[in-house]
Design a protein around this ligand. Structure first.
Ligand code: UDP
Length: 485
């Protein structure tokens, strides 16, 4: 009987930001649609949070996880290779191990889903007569831009960032040149070639694309991906909007109880949460401005602080002193912890973000706009200050601010120019105590309901996932039938 059950293997590239969406997809398929799921996680597992996450899901959620060691790519790298290049090379070199892992599974899974950086493994699926899909945990506009990029590559001369006219993608709002994802910043860098190649892979090597979004998020781009003839002539394969898949609070975890106890004592919607994802850092100067901005705003805050860019991470940098200020790291203003201790909580390196964003006292999120964070914020009903740093975050920020109306942002792009303390103070006040903040809070709650509805039975994302599964089921039967002939 188990042999009849649809078995889906999903590849996860290294890094929390890549592993989390894959685990969420696996969890959804295994626990809501009762499919057999194996995750092939390319991971070093040196990060304690990463192994904790893997073990929790492995034990509790009916998913089989196979760890694939990260290959040594040191001889293949050039000085200053960007993260996208490194990930692409890593996943290219991991193909042999991925192939061996699939080959060792008897019977082989029926479907292979590759994540953003592992699309070059799609041909392995062909070899084992598996169906092949790509999972894109990004907003529709990003997928539209990525798949359309090889067309833009022929049409646009010069650097994208120097274009005066925004980039046109059929059926979508044009992409401002300053919003292009990192790999498009410099067309002479080899990460650009990898990125163009990825977009082509998605549409030429796969049977379809799963997108972690839902009907009401960046909906014009989603419609364009599904129905616009000009864009469809490039995308070709079906696009399934199956999200938003986000992390749930783990009721068994006691992680971060202290923060929660502190939040329990604060008034409703009064605390700003400040965090820059799993790895985001600021420059030393920008950290000082942010520290001052928060302090001057006089609003309550919880800030996940990491040493500034270029400094080694030291998770213990706040410990080792009875007087709180004796252990203040030198990258915060002098006396900072003492001055802010009545209304601010500074947490080194890592915090239980999902728990925090779902706490009733939290009323705002200063976020780098990584998509997991964005969805967690929406699920918590929390509006944002958009502070994009890298990857596709500038594009996400523009969509959240200009089109969805659930975030505000500084006048300058934080990755390019310093955001001054006065502006930070003003934004924080406007989000936490202004009319604008309240309006956005209402809007984000409407969006939260629409996301919930989309994922519920009869909802658009649920239906879309069922369509994908039924398509896989039909093909699985036809493969079986043919192999009997
Ligand atoms: N995260 C967390 N605690 C932290 C920082 C990050 O739990 O202190 C989680 C966060 O909840 C999210 C993920 O790490 O699920 C970060 O993903 P995102 O897409 O937001 O950003 P990335 O790390 O990929 O830039």
């Amino acid at each position: 009987m188990d042999q009849e059950r649809l078995h889906i293997a999903i590849i996860a590239s290294p890094g929390m930001g890549h592993l989390i969406p894959v685990l969420l997809l696996g969890n959804r398929l295994a626990n809501y649609h009762y499919l057999q799921v194996t995750i092939l996680a390319v991971t070093t597992q040196t990060l304690p949070v990463e192994s904790q996450l893997l073990s929790t899901l492995n034990d509790a959620k009916n998913i089989n996880i196979i760890k694939i060691p990260i290959p040594d790519i040191s001889t293949l790298l050039q000085p200053n290779d960007a993260v996208v290049t490194q990930l692409a090379i890593m996943m290219r070199e991991a193909r042999q191990s991925i192939r061996s892992a699939i080959s060792a599974m008897t019977p082989h899974p029926h479907v292979l889903i590759c994540d953003l950086f592992s699309s070059e493994s799609l041909p392995i699926a062909e070899e084992f007569h598996m169906q092949k899909y790509v999972y894109v945990p990004c907003l529709p506009r990003f997928l539209a831009l990525t798949t359309y990029l090889h067309v833009l590559d022929k049409k646009v001369t010069g650097q994208y960032v120097d274009q005066i006219v925004p980039l046109k993608i059929p059926g979508c709002e044009p992409v401002l040149c300053e919003d292009v994802p990192d790999p498009m910043l410099d067309r002479t860098n080899r990460q650009y070639d990898e990125y163009v190649r990825m977009g082509i892979d998605f549409t030429t090597l796969s049977d379809g694309i799963l997108l972690n979004t839902w009907r009401d998020m960046d909906s014009a781009s989603l419609d364009a991906l599904k129905y616009n003839e000009d864009l469809r002539s490039v995308v070709k394969v079906p696009v399934y909007d199956i999200g938003p898949l986000t992390r749930e609070i783990d009721p068994t975890s006691s992680e971060g109880n202290k923060v929660i106890e502190w939040l329990d004592m604060q008034p409703r919607d009064s605390v700003l949460f400040v965090s820059f994802g799993s790895g985001g850092t600021l420059s030393a100067e920008q950290m000082i401005e942010l520290a001052w901005g928060l302090e001057l705003s006089k609003q309550r805050f919880v800030w996940v602080v990491r040493p500034p860019a270029g400094r080694a991470t030291d998770g213990a940098f706040f410990t080792g002193g009875t007087d709180q200020d004796r252990s203040v790291p030198d990258f915060l203003p002098e006396g900072y912890l003492t001055r802010t201790q009545k209304f601010g909580l500074v947490i080194p390196s890592w915090a239980p973000q999902v728990k925090i964003l779902n706490h009733p006292s939290v009323g705002g999120f200063l976020s780098h706009c990584g998509l997991n964070s964005v969805y967690e914020s929406i699920k918590g009903g929390v509006p944002m200050i958009a502070w994009p740093l890298y990857a596709e975050q500038r594009l996400n920020a523009t969509i959240l601010v200009e089109e969805m109306g659930v975030a505000i942002r500084p006048a300058v792009l934080p990755a390019k120019k310093m955001v001054e303390r006065e502006e930070i103070e003003m934004m924080v006040r406007s989000l936490m105590e202004g009319v604008e903040g309240n309006t956005m809070r209402e809007r984000v709650k409407v969006l939260r309901e629409s996301a919930k509805e989309a994922l519920g039975i009869k909802g658009s994302s649920y239906k879309s996932m069922c369509e994908f599964i039924s398509c896989c089921g039909m093909k699985m039967k036809s493969v079986k039938h043919n192999s009997k002939d």
